[in-house]
Design a protein around this ligand. Structure first.
Ligand SMILES: NC(=O)c1ccc[n+]([C@@H]2O[C@H](COP(=O)([O-])OP(=O)(O)OC[C@H]3O[C@@H](n4cnc5c(N)ncnc54)[C@H](O)[C@@H]3O)[C@@H](O)[C@H]2O)c1
Length: 280
């Protein structure tokens, strides 16, 4: 698909996407950055790993879109201030922020096994707890804080990214820090929606279900036969019984940052094929 194949509803708007990179394949931030650009947005691709951010920005520019990259850690105040400065120096305004950067653990997905170290209070690693909270909660807040003045200038949209693991019990296979930190984003979203509402800045929480992200495929491959079973369980957990992808997430982020959702704020939107209803 090229930019001319799509409607240009984001034309004239500038959106910052954090966690815009991914190790391999297409992640949620990457799909979001690409989708926004294809619909006409100028995108500021932010990632802690600079090459990842630049590779996404490059692919957008190659596709005829407009993007710059910023290597920044969302947990650092100076870095988040630099994101705002770079966005303004490149594009002169900021109309949207999609807080995708998020982590499960310092250990990545390896520790996410039933009864594993991240699921048991007794074995909880406090450094890991602090790390996860710092990225998932403090990082989102710092980005909003740094970009707030620019967003409030002309009105805009903030999208925080949550997970169904914050509100559903997955049989102890999760991470306490991940679930609770992502649950905190509901409070952050509501508070910001209230405080920024009079400046015509909207804030919504996009809750992602069990999408088929690259690291899920990689984990399944490592698990062999059990991996196939895990993918099937994820697929049938939703009412649609089909795989969701980062493009489903991206299309929802597009809607929530676009003028199409101009009267929608302080909402929690689930992108999970209805799994949050089947699993309750
Ligand atoms: N993949 C899923 O199934 C799923 C489900 C629910 C929610 N989510 C959420 O979606 C988001 C992205 O997930 P993904 O699987 O696409 O991720 P991913 O790991 O593929 O990509 C995330 C990117 O964020 C970057 N990042 C991490 N910490 C950062 C920091 N401190 N500052 C800046 N960048 C940082 C990483 O370098 C990476 O490139 C996360 O918030 C995650 O919680 C994912």
């Amino acid at each position: 698909m090229t930019p001319t194949d799509t409607d240009q509803r984001m034309s004239g708007l500038v959106v910052v996407v954090t966690g815009a990179g991914t190790e391999k394949g297409i992640g949620n931030g990457q799909a979001t950055a690409i989708t926004l650009a294809r619909h006409g947005a100028a995108v500021v691709c932010v990632d802690k790993i600079g090459e990842r951010a630049e590779s996404v920005a490059q692919s957008i520019r190659k596709d005829g879109g407009s993007a710059v990259s910023v290597e920044a850690d969302v947990t650092s105040i100076p870095d988040t201030e630099r994101i705002a400065a770079d966005a303004l120096s490149n594009f002169g305004q900021v109309d949207g922020l999609v807080n995708v950067a998020g982590v499960v653990s310092k250990l990545g997905l390896r520790a996410r096994i039933p009864g594993g170290p991240l699921a048991e209070l007794e074995n909880l690693d406090m450094d890991d707890w602090d790390f996860v909270y710092r990225v998932n909660v403090t990082g989102a807040m710092l980005c909003i804080r740094a970009l707030g003045p620019a967003l409030r200038k002309n009105g805009g949209a903030i999208v925080n990214v949550g997970t169904t693991m914050a509100s559903l019990w997955y049989g102890g296979g999760g991470s306490i820090a991940y679930s609770t930190s992502k649950a905190a984003l509901e409070g952050l979203t509501l508070t910001i929606a209230g405080a920024f509402g009079p400046s015509r800045v909207r804030a919504n929480l996009l809750v992602i279900g069990q999408v088929r992200a690259p690291h899920i495929d990689a984990a399944a491959e490592r698990m062999g036969e059990a991996g196939e079973k895990m993918l099937e369980t994820r697929r049938v957990s939703g009412l649609l019984q089909t795989d969701g992808t980062p493009w489903d997430v991206a299309n929802t982020a597009l809607y929530l940052t676009s003028p199409d959702s101009s009267w929608i704020t302080a909402q929690t939107i689930f992108v999970d094929a209805g799994a949050s209803h089947t699993m309750r």
